[in-house]
Every structure is written in structure tokens, then in C-alpha cells.
Design a protein around this ligand. Structure first.
Ligand code: FES
Length: 139
């Protein structure tokens, strides 16, 4: 599977913003959950920050845990009165913060990337996130 073509726009945007589109320095987020969060009763006009690194303990929203990863949260203004939003919690959607079903085929891709990560030998020394593959210590 070609993981490059399966990257979400959010992941690509994070990589491009930090590293000038250098594929070798692309950043992969952690996957908190392989499926969306159902979020109800958001007030239109409210500003939310969607966690893009996958490390927040307040999923799907940012709690500042991205600091030091080079991945930044995505600002989202709640657009309209809607009773239910399905917010991406795998962090690989192509339409953040909304789930676009990318999570369906993601587990195989993530397992392969972690197993073949060039940085694998130093994962135990990684304090919070290996952005080369998305590896994190147990939550
Ligand atoms: S939870 Fe991320 S695309 Fe569905």
C-alpha cells in the first residue's frame, strides 16, 4: 500500500508547514481511535480547535499536548445549528474535523508504517510521539 497517497490533507499540511514539503520529514499523528466521536449540541459560531496530533486527552479537541511535535491543531468554527457532528478521531480525515471514513482502511496502513519505521529502534526513547510513523507509548 502506498502510504504517501493515503495521507490526510491535515497530515500533509502539518508536514508542509513545518518542513517545506520534505517527504522525509513528513509528520504522522497518533491514532486515538479508529472511528469518529459523535458530538452533540455545539453552538453555531463557537471556535473549536481539533486535535491533529492525536495526543490530546480531551479528544477530539486540543488540550495543548501537541507542543514539541511540530503538528498543530486545526481551528474550526461551528458552522450551523446541527444536532450531531461526526468528528474524526483517527486524525487522518481528508476533511478535518469531519469523519470521511478514512479510518476504515487505516489500521493496516498504520501497523505497516510502525513496523517499517526507520526510527523504530529509538521508539523507547521517544517521549510522546514518533512523527515518522505515529507510534506513541501506551496511552
Ligand atoms: S474517524 Fe477519522 S476519518 Fe473517520
Amino acid at each position: 500500500m502506498d502510504t504517501k497517497n493515503n495521507l490526510s490533507d491535515a497530515a500533509v499540511a502539518n508536514a508542509a508547514a513545518d518542513d517545506g514539503d520534505d517527504i522525509a520529514n513528513r509528520k504522522y499523528p497518533a491514532v486515538p481511535m479508529y472511528g469518529p466521536c459523535n458530538v452533540r449540541d455545539l453552538k453555531p459560531g463557537t471556535v473549536k480547535y481539533w486535535c491533529a496530533c492525536g495526543l490530546s486527552r480531551r479528544q477530539p479537541w486540543c488540550d495543548g499536548s501537541h507542543k514539541g511535535t511540530g503538528i498543530k491543531p486545526i481551528r474550526w468554527v461551528v458552522p450551523e445549528s446541527q444536532s450531531l457532528y461526526q468528528i474524526c478521531n483517527c486524525k487522518y480525515t481528508k476533511n478535518p474535523p469531519h469523519c470521511d471514513a478514512t479510518h476504515v482502511y487505516l489500521p493496516t496502513e498504520v501497523l505497516h508504517r510502525k513496523a517499517t519505521c526507520e526510527n523504530k529502534s529509538s521508539h523507547v526513547d521517544t517521549c510522546k510521539l514518533c512523527t515518522q510513523c505515529g507510534w506513541v507509548p501506551d496511552f
